[in-house]
Design a protein around this ligand. Structure first.
Ligand code: SF4
Length: 466
């Protein structure tokens, strides 16, 4: 059987989609290649959120079908995901040696289409059509592949977004919000736990809108008749909180996280869920995007700075140790120095544990790309550097505050930088590196933090619970 190499660009949703495609191909007998050079099939799972991500994938494909391909004429190459969805046939017009272009509602068709191409029945396939029910097709996991057992897993709960922030291409690449049913999600989580998973992250483009677009409570009813019913919801809360409650009931599951939420979705029921569901980790990634009300309005974010600060206050009252991270954009069209100062002051006021800063990148067909006041690159870079410095200084302080404290970590496996050491995550989502043994993998351990590095903590093995 052929070997496949999948390179993933972009977010955790893309990582999860790639894993599901890989698992689907492995189930059909494919092997996973270590590099694109060694593979019979190379798939690039693309991201469209910034121009740079698109250019990286296009350049990688040019390399594959250029010089490398003259030696590997038989290699099948394809684009998957967001850029495949937004550009479709245009990619093949530009790069005629590409064999496959598969949109975001078609990941589950990868094996079938590759079979046709490899068997010579079809030369090229472009499929970016909408497909009802595709939100339920990202199910397979690669937990115990070549790598060692995973103790954490991502579970896709919904696809798409209806928010239409003016800078964002996601509603065009991922379509309208579509949610899976609670019993199906719970069933997948149960299976993962039975395979050794201790921590599950519920994934979607806007998870706090889970179930809101489905009519007649369809999100409560499994579409697959073989799936057992989920536990009865413990409260009349929003569908997302009901999903958290149902997943929380799973025996053997230790930790729950989710990403990405929208600040609008942090109603009192979700804040309350943090207080009453002990498996829900005290960490929250809440994209603020800007500290300026004027820009938040232009971005069509649907909340004000005051509302955002109110949510942070409530979460910290519910869980004082909560770790809070965010996304921030610099250089949005028309951003003045005063607007930018508001973002800096928001960062200082909230004291984020971590922030991902994005220099605004115009995306075609989005309203912000046509707005007046597009800023030159040097201004974006200068603001990016200033914000980064502020964020790093605050984060360092917050990490150092954990030194000498005893924290619980879930041990995930060898550290990427130094495989002789182990790494785990605190409940507030900070990485801890420590000297341990392979038997610690998958365990919940208390460690004492001895020092803080840059977005990494170091733990003392001497007091590890054995
Ligand atoms: S909520 Fe998130 S995914 Fe949806 S449009 Fe806004 S930034 Fe994009």
């Amino acid at each position: 059987m052929p070997s496949v190499f999948i390179k993933t660009y972009g977010c955790q949703m893309n990582e999860r989609d790639s894993e599901a495609v890989a698992a689907q191909l492995v189930a059909k007998g494919y092997t996973l290649a270590r590099s694109s050079d060694a593979a019979d099939v190379v798939l690039l799972n693309t991201c469209s959120v910034r121009d740079l991500a698109e250019q990286k994938a296009i350049n990688k494909m040019k390399n594959l079908v250029g010089t490398a391909n003259s030696e590997r004429r038989d290699q099948v190459v394809g684009f998957l995901g967001c850029m495949a969805q937004s550009r479709g046939q245009e990619l093949i017009d530009r790069l005629p040696d590409v064999d496959l272009v598969l949109g975001t509602q078609k990941f589950h068709r990868a094996a079938e289409y590759l079979d046709e191409i490899l068997a010579g029945r079809r030369r090229q396939i472009v499929d970016v059509a909408e497909e009802p029910g595709s939100e339920g097709t990202i199910r397979e996991h690669l937990l115990n592949g070549a790598a060692k057992k995973s103790v954490t897993a991502f579970v896709s709960i919904m696809q798409g977004c209806n928010q239409h922030c003016t800078f964002c291409i996601v509603p065009f690449t991922r379509g309208e919000e579509r949610s899976r049913a609670i019993p199906e999600i719970v069933d997948e989580c149960r299976e993962l736990v039975a395979r050794g998973v201790k921590e599950i992250t519920l994934l979607g483009q806007i998870v706090t809108s889970y179930g809101k677009r489905e009519k007649r409570n369809e999100w409560l009813v499994a579409r697959d008749a073989d799936v057992p019913p989920a536990p009865r919801p413990a409260s009349p809360a929003t569908p997302f909180v009901q999903l958290l409650e149902a997943v929380h009931e799973i025996d053997g599951l230790e930790r729950i996280r989710f990403t990405s939420p929208h600040p609008k979705g942090y109603g009192d029921d979700l804040v309350d869920a943090y207080a009453r569901l002990p498996k829900l980790c005290e960490s929250a990634h809440i994209p603020a995007q800007s500290g300026s009300d004027r820009l938040l309005k232009l971005m069509h974010r649907g909340y004000t700075r005051e509302r955002f600060l109110g949510i942070i206050g409530k979460l910290r009252r519910a869980r004082p140790a909560i770790g809070i991270s965010t996304d921030l954009i610099v250089g949005f069209p028309g951003e003045t120095e005063a607007d930018f100062e508001e973002t800096l002051s928001l960062a200082r006021e909230v004291e984020f544990d971590q922030a991902y800063i994005f220099k605004y990148s115009p995306r075609r067909d989005t309203p912000a790309a046509e707005m007046p006041g597009q800023l030159p690159t040097p201004v974006k870079e200068e603001r990016n550097a200033r914000l980064l410095e502020t964020i790093n200084t605050i984060a360092q302080r917050r990490y150092e505050a954990l030194v000498d404290q005893r924290v619980q970590i879930l041990v995930e496996g060898p550290s990427r930088r130094n495989p002789a050491r182990l790494t785990g995550r605190t409940r507030c989502n900070k990485i801890v590196v420590f000297d341990g043994a392979d038997r610690h993998r998958g365990q919940l351990l208390d460690v004492r933090i001895t020092r803080a590095g840059s977005f990494t903590l170091y733990g003392d093995p001497a007091i590890v619970n054995l």
